[in-house]
Design a protein around this ligand. Structure first.
Ligand code: GRF
Length: 191
């Protein structure tokens, strides 16, 4: 019998996407458990969220590791120990490098608040607004060695012609909280 799939979420901040994924698992909308949270900011709100859901957390301070290889080796060992099937990056503000990719490549996905390949990087929404775009969006993609460059799995467009960044972030988050759990569920059931 195949075991229930086990997800690791990586996050650095607020963790609203972490919350959406954990809740969807608890409600049976994703056929899996969020087994662990990996967080590079021990003071982040997402760590409290994980505790509330009873989810095991690896929280660390990156600069305390001698190198990125050491840090990612600890993370990959933690994923192995917890028998992780799928890694979901959700606002994890670090580039994944070869140490993790060589062990978990093809099993790491990310959510990005633009219609990739447009507007890669950390200020995607602000840049899109500066450009005057009329259709924003959300992309879920596989993670490879490029930044926001791996193969696209799902996208959803968000038409918006206003200039209120806060309002726009609200619209983007609402779409993310639906699209990420839906896409994870589709991936895990092989569609
Ligand atoms: C999301 O907008 C996601 O697209 C980006 O980082 C943000 C994380 O938000 N990669 P939260 O921490 O899940 O609220």
């Amino acid at each position: 019998m195949s075991h229930k799939k086990r997800i690791a979420v990586f996050a650095s901040g607020t963790g609203s996407n972490f919350e959406a994924i954990a809740t969807a698992c608890e409600e049976g909308k994703i056929p899996a458990d969020v087994a662990v949270l990996v967080c590079d900011k021990p003071e982040a709100l997402v760590v409290e969220r994980a505790a509330r859901h009873g989810i095991k957390t690896l929280a660390f301070v990156p600069k305390l590791f001698p190198s990125k290889v050491d840090m990612e080796t600890v993370i990959a060992d933690f994923l192995d120990e917890n028998e992780i099937d799928l890694v979901c990056l959700a606002g994890y503000m670090r580039i994944i490098s070869n140490t993790l990719l060589s062990r978990y490549g093809g099993r790491i996905i990310n959510i990005h608040p633009s219609l990739l390949p447009a507007f890669q990087g950390a200020r995607a929404v602000e840049q899109a607004m500066e450009y005057g775009v009329k259709v924003y969006g959300v992309t879920i993609h596989y993670v490879d060695e490029t930044v926001d460059g791996g193969r696209i799995i799902a996208q959803r467009a968000i038409p918006y012609e206003g200039e209120n960044l806060e309002e726009l972030f609200g619209l983007i988050h609402a779409v993310e909280h639906e699209l990420y759990p839906e896409t994870i569920a589709r991936l895990l059931i092989g569609r």
